[in-house]
Design a protein around this ligand. Sequence first.
Ligand SMILES: *Cc1c(COP(=O)(O)O)cnc(C)c1O
Length: 222
Amino acid sequence: MKSIAERLDSLRRQIPMHVKLVAVSKTKSKDEILEAYHSGQRAFGENYVQEMVAKQPLLPPEIEWHFIGHLQTNKVRSIAPFVQWIHSVDSEKLLAEINTQAAKHHRVIHCLLQVHVAVEETKFGWDNEELTAFCGRADFRQYPFVNIRGIMGMASFSEDEKLVRSEFQVIKKCFEELKTTAFKGKADFTEISMGMSSDWRWAVEEGSSMVRIGSAIFGARN
Ligand SMILES: *Cc1c(COP(=O)(O)O)cnc(C)c1O
């Protein structure tokens, strides 16, 4: 069986340089995360607040923590002191709370707006039209401790390449539209977080800038 370091090496050889690899370490132990860290990985993603808050103090401060799961407003407080990226912003209420909590720590948190495209998957996120409408009317200057860097989406959990690619294309198109409208002139609105272990190759070909990969690095979860 391949080690975590070997799997990471092989992924790094395949993922283009301009695409950021976020290693999704949910359910994985401190030692497994450290093995990835020692092979050079710095960005790690978690999707449960309690788990992330428990692991973070045990691990090197150089780790860049990405929160990728559904985030409840009342849980923002506990990750605000250290989280660098939140991929799963799905309401203005959540955005406002991230701003409030980040301000308390004099930090700016990078955020991605979650767009919902998959038919049968999570109900979190705005759909394509809702997101463009929201961004058109929102005044993001109210939230100086949040930096909206792009969008995040998940394709259907399917082996149907045509379906999955078409969903990634919807996410990409939504990003391009926002880039020329609500976020026009915002030079760092650059990120499209899409692609996981099963579909990251398709996601990258369809324009992903960040892939969130768990099982292909750490092995299957229980
Ligand atoms: C678990 C998870 C991933 C990674 O899934 P793998 O299939 O293990 O690569 C990516 N994104 C989100 C939001 C997740 O919850």
